[in-house]
Design a protein around this ligand. Sequence first.
Ligand code: DX5
Ligand code: ZN
Length: 216
Amino acid sequence: MKHLIAPSLLASDFANLQSECEMINKSEADWFHLDVMDGVFVPNISFGIPVIDFINKHAKKVLDVHLMIVQPERYIKQFKEVGADVLTVHYEASTHLHRTLQSIALEGMKRGVALNPHTPVSLLEPVLEDIDVVCLMSVNPGFGGQNFIPNTYKKVEELRKMIDAKGLSTLIEIDGGVTMDNARSLVDAGANVLVAGSFVFKSTDPIQTIQNLKNA
Ligand code: DX5
Ligand code: ZN
């Protein structure tokens, strides 16, 4: 399977969300990556349920919602109602991760789990069968435009081995600091989904940049 590209709207022009959505619709991007931050789990506040509701009216592709919030289990139904297809919670924010994953599946969404850069992939061993997408944070969550953390490669390789050893089809998503400098190496290491915020939206031709990432 060719790797997927998920532009992160965190770096987009919030005053022109409709045209930003239309640009992604037109491009070779596969998913919309939507970063929800609560100012508690991460030191930043982005946007929440009502904004995703508006994005959903224009977005014609998979909505990949990345929750950087404490107690994400409180909002599972609400994110389903505004169109989330993939709902990702942080391992570090989920006391009862297994139950949370069950609730996400019950709502008919794909189950995502994100790991901070310091969290070992081995911790997912007991729940790997219950996860559709593992999101490896390649920056510390909270802000766009940060530098990629090289240790991510090792985590991708280790996770790829775990997934293959179990014969699972769990996707590996990489989030943070993705550019043309690391896209190919990440895919070679075993990544399936590349999130890119600043690299896409701060480029002069975002559609071309997405195509370049897709062909990396
Ligand atoms: C960071 C977010 C990322 C962010 C990526 O907390 O989860 O999705 O938007 O942005 P870039 O690609 O600029 O690092
Ligand atoms: Zn994200």
